[in-house]
Design a protein around this ligand. Structure first.
Ligand code: MTE
Ligand code: HPA
Ligand code: MOS
Length: 772
């Protein structure tokens, strides 16, 4: 029986729906435990002159206050150590500046106002345009150069120039940033946090508290959602809790409220791109020049990598013969923006999809025809950074979705509908994704796994992958079950812990399952090899127990694992796996293994901006149809069709969930979610009452998700393809469909200028401008 491709339920499905799953704040508190609360800044920029805890400390149940001075090293950051744990020099509103250890959260809430903070305010940058103008760059990327844009612009028939801005996005994971730290007997700490990156938590805690790393155990059971917001950020909270745990020698807990979390933590990078595009009368794109400016907020965090991923994805699914792509990370005085599903990729692809709508508008041709003319064809094309686009399934995807979505027929219906001028206008648009799978920082493309077989035939395995709802545990256990041909119910994935798996990468870049399943499979193969050698001896020798060896010089290739047995079909020999495990143990042959895996053949050279950056691409297409109420600007997604190429899916049910979730999360980003700040840089939309994420009512009324068959991704584990982020880029079709609708109301083919998000208000204002 094969377990590859089987829709086994998520490994936490039962405990999630019965409420038994333990998230950080579900951990019972010990009687000595303290709650750690944050005192935050009321200015976007300034210097902390004095912090006075004395009034607060007089209160019952308040134990201690700590500031930047209390750390061994107060600076941290994933790429550059430019971020304080607790700020002395304030760089954004609501920045943590002190912590208080209290008996309970309730006591903290009551007395936090008693902490007196004296600040000298300074001038802040609260506008990305100001940061661009003043060249406040935290990082400037090496440009991608392909062909010769200059000559192309000189010779081209048409040129469009413009700029496009896409807004930020709150992660809105259901579990806020949280962690509980236990001080251990020898000055060590056991850190349980809601983090995508157990190793980073360990590193930052150790570094900032001056501890050797072997005294910091970092454990992640699961997250109630991460979406990139728990790639780097949890380290700060874990370090603050660890400081308190060590100073007071008591367990310490940090759990942010939703409001605090939304105010304090960073978000998706708002991104502004200035572009110039050359094309001919058919809409064939001849050249693209783009300057991408991402709004990093106050600190560097992982912004350089995010900006680079925007650059890597500005071609979208389209072949640009000539391209010059530049990128800048801009500093502003907002919370430090960070990883968010797609990691800059959506911001890049958004630009080209938006440009294509404009070219279509300009030439008065259906945008689908422009896309069909420009998408990557064949196997020879290269990206602006010089990677060949092989195993290219875009032609198949485009052909399939045009038919299955009944694009042509619906276009005609929409033309008729919109001609009636009945107060509503409809739009239809296709957008595509070609998402590069691999961390763009090459060294992160590694994983390790520990696989332990117990003598009852059950398996416990662990990797550096962290479970955030995406189903990585389920996929890994399925790969292991398949390897040994045993029921998935016999395999369990342990909590992620630096004690079992060290030097791990964040579970990110959609590659958590790729890297860690591959490492687990390698460990399984090593155990299997020993067991095959053993089985051969059991089948074909007269050796007595205790003489069997783990390695022999015989051909064991015909021996297989099948449905709980180990067999050699050639000679009709068979033994149950359970029996074989027992013989292995008695013969002192190990049935446990640790393995390390790395992605091969990544040649991208950062200094040259050229090479193979990705192991492969995940592709997909989406067609969305929207209807807009012209009097209110309200819109509704009537139908979205998605077709993706996910190779040989390990678990199609989980993958379909990822596609639906990613798409709807993006629908929110492009058409609903707007972050609003006061002129002092204070986030005003810090709760679900003012920040609107999609609800069930905002789902496309008709929502079709489908996949093509593709067996050609030989470089990834069992020919599967990563799914986590790519469908997020397909939500762009909702925005382009809105633009398409607005085109119908533009006079004389005037271009529809609209930035993202296309909130109802933004739509209404754009409509009014077009009609004026
Ligand atoms: N799905 C759920 N349910 N929750 C999440 O937090 N994060 C996304 C995606 N899907 C996320 C999710 C992001 S940002 C990434 S990078 C991938 O999952 C990470 O997991 P993977 O590498 O195992 O796919
Ligand atoms: N994707 C997600 N997270 C990352 C990456 C990436 O490419 N690089 C570093 N962290
Ligand atoms: Mo995902 S943004 O790579 O955590």
């Amino acid at each position: 029986m094969s377990f590859h491709g089987m829709n086994i339920p998520h490994d936490s499905a039962f405990t999630h729906v019965t409420g038994k799953s333990v998230f950080i704040d579900d951990r019972e508190s010990l009687s000595s435990e303290v709650f750690v609360g944050f005192i935050t800044s009321k200015y976007a920029k300034g210097i902390v002159k004095n912090i006075d805890f004395s009034k607060a400390l007089e209160c019952e149940g308040v134990y201690a206050g700590f500031t930047s001075e209390d750390f061994y090293d107060n600076s941290w950051g994933t790429i550059v150590h430019d971020q304080p744990l607790l700020a002395k020099n304030i760089e954004h509103f609501d920045e943590p500046i002190a912590i208080l250890a209290c008996k309970s959260k309730e006591i903290f809430e009551e007395i936090k106002a008693l902490v007196e903070v004296e600040v000298i305010e300074d001038k802040s940058i609260l506008d990305l345009d100001d940061s661009i103008k003043n060249k406040e760059f935290l990082y400037t990327a090496k440009a991608f150069v392909k062909g010769d844009t200059k000559t192309s612009f000189e010779n081209s028939k048409y040129i469009l120039e413009g700029d496009f801005y896409s807004g930020g996005q709150e992660h809105f994971y259901l579990e806020s940033q949280a962690c509980v730290v236990y001080p251990l007997e020898d000055g060590a700490v056991e850190v349980h946090s809601s983090s995508q990156h157990s190793s980073e938590v360990q590193h930052v805690v150790a570094h900032s508290l001056g501890l050797p790393m072997h005294k910091v155990s970092s454990i992640v059971k699961r997250m109630g959602g991460g979406f990139g917001g728990k790639e780097s950020q949890p380290a700060l909270f874990a370090t603050c809790a660890s400081l308190v745990a060590l100073k007071l020698n008591r367990p310490a807990r940090v759990v942010l409220t939703k409001d605090e979390d939304m105010k304090i933590t960073g978000k998706r990078h708002p991104t502004k791109t200035y572009y110039k595009v050359a094309f001919d009368e058919t809409g064939k794109i001849e050249a693209l020049e783009a300057d991408i400016y991402s709004d990093a907020g106050a600190y560097t965090d992982v912004s350089p990598s995010i900006l680079e991923r925007s650059m890597f994805h500005i071609d979208g699914a389209y072949n640009l013969e000539n391209a010059l792509i530049k990128g800048y990370v801009c500093k502003t005085n907002y919370p430090s923006n960070t990883a968010f599903r797609g990691f800059g990729g959506p911001q890049g692809t958004f630009v080209i999809e938006n440009i294509i709508e404009d070219i279509a508008n300009f030439l008065n041709i259906d945008a689908l025809e422009i896309r069909k003319l420009n998408y990557y064809k064949g196997e020879e094309c290269t990206t602006p950074f010089g990677q060949q686009v092989i195993n290219n399934k875009l032609p198949e995807l485009f052909e399939k979705i045009e038919l299955s979505s009944e694009y042509k027929k619906r276009r005609e219906e929409i033309n008729k509908f919109n001609a009636q001028n009945n107060g509503y206008v409809k739009g239809l648009s296709l957008s595509a994704v070609k998402f590069g799978i691999s961390f763009t920082a090459r060294h992160l493309n590694q994983g390790n796994a520990l696989v332990n077989i117990h003598l009852d035939g059950t398996i416990e395995a662990s990797t550096g992958a962290t479970e955030m709802g995406q189903g990585v545990n389920t996929k890994i256990l399925q790969v292991i079950a398949e390897a040994f041909s045993i029921s998935p119910s016999k395999v369990k994935i342990m909590a992620t812990s630096t004690q079992r798996n060290a030097n791990t990468s964040a579970t990110a870049a959609s590659s958590g399952s790729d890297l860690n399943s591959a490492a687990a499979l390698k460990a399984c193969e090593a155990i299997k090899e020993r067991l095959k050698n053993l089985a051969w001896q059991v089948f074909y020798t007269q050796k007595s127990n205790d003489d069997f060896l783990s390695q022999i010089d015989e051909d064991v290739t015909s021996i297989e694992f099948k449905d709980g047995f180990v067999i050699d079909e050639k000679n009709s020999k068979s033994i149950s796996l359970l029996e074989l495990l027992d013989i292995a143990y008695k013969n002192r042959i190990s049935i446990c293994e640790y393995a390390h895996y790395k992605t091969e053949n990544l040649t991208f050279n950062k200094e040259k901006g050229f090479g193979k950056a990705f192991n492969y691409f995940t592709n997909g297409v989406a067609v969305s149809e929207v209807i807009i109420d012209e009097f209110t600007g309200e819109k509704k997604v009537l139908r979205s069709d998605i077709i993706m190429d996910l190779g040989r899916m390990i678990n199609p049910g989980i993958d379909e969930g990822q596609v639906a979730g990613g798409f709807v999360q993006s629908l929110g980003w492009v058409s609903m979610e707007k972050l609003v700040y006061s002129n002092k840089g204070e986030l005003l939309t810090y709760s679900p009452t003012t920040y609107k994420i999609p609800s069930i009512h905002d789902m496309p009324e008709v929502f079709n998700i489908d996949f093509i068959e593709n067996d050609t991704t030989t470089t990834n584990v069992r020919r599967s393809k990563a799914v986590g982020e790519p469908p997020f880029l397909l939500g762009i079709s909702v925005f382009t469909a809105i633009k398409d609708a607005l085109k119908y109301r533009a006079k004389n083919n005037e271009l529809v200028k609209m930035n993202s998000p296309a909130t109802n208000e933004n739509i209404l204002m754009t409509l009014e401008n077009l009609k004026a």
